[in-house]
Design a protein around this ligand. Structure first.
Ligand code: SAH
Length: 201
C-alpha cells in the first residue's frame, strides 16, 4: 500500500470530494507522522496510538473534517491538539498559516520533528481551551480533542463568517459540529458524523 492508495480509498468511500483536498492529502505522506513501530499500518484507515491519551486520527475522520472546515487559500487556521502534526500538515497545503496548540511537551517535540519541512505550520505548547490569542483572529478553528461545549475563547478568537469544526459530546460519544460566526452570533450545524475522539485534558 502507498499513500496514494490510502487517498484513493478515501475518495471511493466518499470522504474526500474536492480536488484541492484530494491534492492536499496526496502531498502529505501519513507514514511520516506515525511512530516507527506502527509504520506498517500507516496507510490503513485506522487511528494509531502516538502517546498517552493521544492518537493520530483515522484518515477518514481527518478527510471529513478537512472538507467540512472549508479552508481557503488565505485562511489562517487554529488547530487544537497537534498530536502527530498530520492534520496540521494537510491543512497547511490548503491555506496560508496553521497555528496548532498541543498540551503534551512530548508531542510538541514529536510533531515539531514531523513538521520540520512544513514552514506554514507553527506548533505552540499550551492549553488549547484558551485558544491562542496572540495570533488571533482566525478564519477557521478545528479541534481534534473532544469537548462538551465550545470554549468561549474559541468564539472570541474567530473572525466574523469564520468556522469551527469540533467533536462535541461526552467521553463515549461525540458528533462533529460546525459552528459559524454570523453577525457576531454562533450558528450551529450537526454534521451527522458520530465519532470518538480523545478528551481535552
Ligand atoms: N490532530 C492530531 C490528533 C490529535 S489527538 C493528529 O493529526 O495527529 C488529540 C490531541 O489533543 C492529543 O495530542 C492531546 O495531547 C491533545 N490535547 C488534549 N488536551 C489538550 C488541551 N487541553 N490543549 C491542547 N491539546 C490537548
Amino acid at each position: 500500500m502507498s499513500n496514494d492508495d490510502l487517498v484513493d480509498s478515501l475518495i471511493k468511500m466518499g470522504c474526500i470530494k474536492s480536488r484541492k483536498v484530494i491534492s492536499a492529502f496526496k502531498k502529505v505522506d501519513r507514514k511520516n507522522f506515525v511512530p516507527e513501530k506502527f509504520r506498517n499500518l500507516a496507510y490503513s484507515d485506522s487511528p494509531l496510538p502516538i502517546g498517552p491519551g493521544a492518537t493520530i486520527s483515522q484518515p477518514l475522520t481527518v478527510a471529513f473534517m478537512t472538507e467540512a472546515l472549508d479552508v481557503e487559500k488565505n485562511s489562517k487556521v487554529l488547530e487544537i491538539g497537534t498530536g502527530s502534526g498530520y492534520q496540521a500538515a494537510v491543512l497547511s497545503k490548503l491555506c496560508s498559516k496553521v497555528i496548532t496548540v498541543e498540551i503534551s511537551p512530548n508531542l510538541v517535540k514529536f510533531a515539531g520533528k514531523n513538521l520540520k519541512n512544513y514552514k506554514k505550520v507553527k506548533v505552540i505548547e499550551g492549553e488549547g481551551l484558551e485558544g491562542f490569542e496572540k495570533e488571533s483572529p482566525y478564519d477557521r478553528i478545528i479541534s481534534t480533542a473532544h469537548v462538551s461545549e465550545i470554549p468561549s475563547a474559541w468564539f472570541d478568537q474567530l473572525k466574523e463568517n469564520g468556522k469551527i469544526v469540533a467533536p462535541v459530546g461526552n467521553k463515549d460519544y461525540q458528533r462533529l459540529i460546525l459552528f459559524e460566526k454570523k453577525k457576531g452570533k454562533i450558528v450551529e450545524t450537526d454534521l451527522g458524523f458520530p465519532c470518538v475522539f480523545v478528551p481535552m485534558k
